[in-house]
Write a protein that binds this ligand. Structure first.
Ligand SMILES: Nc1ncnc2c1ncn2[C@@H]1O[C@H](COP(=O)(O)OP(=O)(O)OP(=O)(O)O)[C@@H](O)[C@H]1O
Ligand SMILES: [Mg+2]
Length: 509
C-alpha cells in the first residue's frame, strides 16, 4: 500500500480550475442568483469528480449495533501492513492505497466529533468512526461485486485466525452511558476445559460434540429449513458435576466467545434486549442457575419457604449466593421468554444459549420446551467412564488393578466428578498412581458408608417419629374409643327412647 498523494495531484488541476471559476463567478454574479448558481456548480463538481466513495460506519442501524463490516475492514487493513496498523491507531488523518486486480483503491480512516455541544462524561461517546473507500468511477462494479466481498472474506478469516476469545459479563445498567458504552466487560477467555478433559459418559460426550460441530457448520442447513441459526442447551445436575466445565469445553471446541449473563443485574426487558443485541455471533450466551436468577421463583419461593428446606442439602456457600441472587431478582419468566424468542429473531446467526440449573424440576416447562432449549443434558454423579477420563488426565493411566474395585464402588455410591477429581489429584510429588487410586477407593468407601449411615439414620428417625406419633395419638385414641363407647351407649339408649316414643306415638294413634 502506498500513500494517496498521487490521487490528489491527479485531481488537483481539474478541481483547481473549477474553484477558480467559482471564485470569479461569485464576485461578479448578483447576490440573489448565487443560490441557484451554487446548486448547479455542485452538480458540475460531482460530475467532474471521477471517484466514488463508500463509507463504512462503526455503528449502524439505530446506533445500537457495532457494524460487522467495519470490524472486518479493520482486521483486513491491520493485517495488510504495519502502515495500515498505524492508520488504525493514529489520528485518523492518513490514507493508504492498495491494488486489487490492477485497480487502485484508497482507504482512509475517519474520526469525527459531534458538532452539538454537550457535556460528555465519556468523550469517546461524541466520536464517530468510519472507513472510507475511494475508487475511480469506472471500477465501481469491480468494487461492489468482487472487492468488498474479498475484504469481508479475508477480514473474517483474519479475525478468526487472530481471535482471542473473550469472556463477557454484563455491567449493571447504571454504568451504561451513551449508546456506545460497554454493556459488557470482558476478559480473555482462558478456561482450559475441553471435551477431552470432561469426565462423563463417553457416548453422550460424543453425541454432544457431534451435535455442536454439526450446528457450527449448519449455516446453509438452517437457511434452507428457514430456522434461525441458534440452539439452546439446558444443562442440569447436582453441584460439581461439570455444567460450567461443559460450557467452557463447548466454547473451546467451537472457538466461540462466552457471554455470562447475570440476570439479577438486569432491571427490565429493554435492558435485556439491548444486552442481547450487543452480543456478537459465534458466541455462547450463558445463564447459570436459571432457577435462582429470575422471578419464576416468585411462586416457588413461597412454596419452598412453606415446604421447608429444599435447598438445605446444597452446600451452604452455594445456598447463600443463590438466596442473595433471588432477593435481587428483577427479571420475570415472561420477560425472559420474550427475550429468548426475541433473541432468536433479532440477532444474527450462530448463537448458542445455555441455561444451567441444579433443580431441573423447579423450571417452568415453558422455559425449557423444545424450540427454546433443544437439548436437555443431565450431568450426574461420576460413572466409570468419567473416572477413566480423570485417571488418564490426572495420572496418565488407562488401567490398574484397583480399577475393578473403583468401578463397583462407583456403581454403589454417588460421588460428584468434582469430588472424584479432588481425591484423584496427586497432593505432593511423592503421590504415585497407587496412592491416588487408593485415596479414591477410601473416599468412595467412606461416602458409601456415610450414605448407608444416612439411610439408616433416616430410617431410625422415621421409626422414632412414627413411634412418637403413635404414643402421642395413643391417649387420643383411648379417649376416642371411650367417647365412642359413650356415644354408642347414648345412641342405644336414644334409640330405645325413640322406640318408646314411637311406640307411644303409635299408641296414641
Ligand atoms: N464432568 C467433569 N469433568 C471434568 N471436571 C469436572 C467435571 N465435573 C466437575 N469437574 C471439576 O470440578 C470443578 C467444578 O465443576 P463445575 O464448576 O463444572 O461444576 P458445576 O456442575 O458447574 O457446579 P455448580 O452447579 O455448583 O455450578 C471443576 O473445576 C472441574 O475441574
Ligand atoms: Mg457451574
Amino acid at each position: 500500500m502506498a500513500m494517496v498523494g498521487e490521487m490528489w495531484s491527479h485531481l488537483g488541476s481539474t478541481m483547481g480550475t473549477l474553484m477558480l471559476v467559482y471564485t470569479v463567478f461569485k464576485q461578479f454574479f448578483p447576490h440573489h442568483l448565487q443560490g441557484s448558481f451554487e446548486k448547479y456548480f455542485n452538480r458540475i463538481v460531482r460530475y467532474a469528480y471521477p471517484y466514488v466513495e463508500i463509507t463504512f460506519d462503526e455503528f449502524t442501524g439505530e446506533r445500537m449495533k457495532r457494524s460487522e463490516a467495519y470490524s472486518r475492514i479493520k482486521s483486513y487493513l491491520s493485517d495488510k501492513s504495519t502502515a495500515s496498523a498505524k492508520l488504525l491507531s493514529m489520528d485518523y488523518n492518513e490514507e493508504i492505497t492498495e491494488e486489487f486486480q490492477g485497480v487502485k483503491i484508497w482507504w482512509s480512516a475517519k474520526r469525527t466529533l459531534s458538532k452539538t455541544p454537550r457535556i460528555a462524561i465519556y468523550p469517546a461517546d461524541d466520536e464517530k468512526k468510519s472507513y472510507k473507500l475511494t475508487v475511480h468511477k469506472r471500477h465501481r462494479e469491480l468494487i461492489t461485486q468482487s472487492y468488498i466481498s474479498h475484504v469481508m472474506k479475508e477480514g473474517k478469516e483474519i479475525e478468526t485466525r487472530n481471535r482471542q476469545r473473550k469472556l463477557y459479563s454484563n455491567n449493571p445498567s447504571q454504568d451504561w452511558d451513551g449508546y456506545r458504552s460497554n454493556k459488557w466487560s470482558n476478559v480473555l477467555f482462558e478456561h482450559p476445559a475441553t471435551f477431552d478433559t470432561l469426565a462423563m459418559d463417553a457416548k453422550l460426550k460424543e453425541e454432544i460434540k457431534n451435535d455442536l460441530i454439526k450446528f457450527s457448520k449448519g449455516k446453509d442447513y438452517y437457511a434452507r429449513i428457514g430456522k434461525a441459526w441458534k440452539c439452546g442447551y439446558l444443562l442440569y445436575g447436582p453441584p460439581g458435576t461439570g455444567k460450567s466445565s461443559m460450557i467452557a469445553a463447548m466454547a473451546n471446541l467451537l472457538n466461540y466467545d462466552v457471554y455470562d449473563l447475570e440476570l439479577t443485574a438486569v432491571k427490565e426487558n429493554t435492558e435485556l434486549r439491548r444486552l442481547l443485541l450487543d452480543t456478537s455471533s459465534k458466541s455462547i450466551i450463558v445463564i447459570e442457575d436459571i432457577d435462582c436468577s429470575i422471578d419464576l421463583t416468585g411462586q416457588r419461593e413461597k412454596k419452598t419457604e412453606k415446604d421447608g428446606n429444599e435447598d438445605e442439602h446444597s452446600d451452604p456457600v452455594t445456598k447463600r449466593v443463590k438466596d442473595k441472587k433471588k432477593k435481587n431478582s428483577k427479571v420475570t419468566l415472561s420477560r425472559l421468554l420474550n427475550c429468548i424468542d426475541g433473541l432468536w429473531s433479532f440477532c444474527g446467526g450462530e448463537r448458542i444459549i445455555v441455561f444451567t440449573t441444579n433443580y431441573v424440576e423447579k423450571l417452568d416447562p415453558a422455559l425449557i420446551r423444545r424450540g427454546r432449549m433443544d437439548k436437555h443434558i443431565e450431568l450426574s454423579y461420576c460413572c466409570f467412564d468419567a473416572f477413566k477420563v480423570f485417571a488418564k488426565n490426572y495420572l496418565e493411566v488407562d488401567s490398574h488393578s484397583l480399577f475393578g474395585e473403583i468401578e463397583s464402588l462407583l456403581g454403589e455410591t454417588n460421588m460428584t466428578p468434582a469430588d472424584v477429581a479432588e481425591n484423584l489429584m496427586p497432593k505432593s510429588d511423592y503421590d504415585d498412581v497407587e496412592t491416588c487410586l487408593k485415596r479414591l477407593v477410601e473416599a468412595l468407601k467412606d461416602t458409601k458408608e456415610e450414605a448407608k449411615k444416612k439411610v439408616e439414620d433416616e430410617a431410625r428417625l422415621m421409626a422414632e417419629k412414627e413411634e412418637e406419633e403413635k404414643q402421642r395419638k395413643k391417649p387420643e385414641k383411648e379417649e376416642k374409643e371411650q367417647s365412642g363407647k359413650d356415644v354408642k351407649e347414648v345412641k342405644e339408649n336414644g334409640v330405645a327412647k325413640v322406640g318408646e316414643e314411637v311406640k307411644e306415638i303409635g299408641v296414641t294413634h
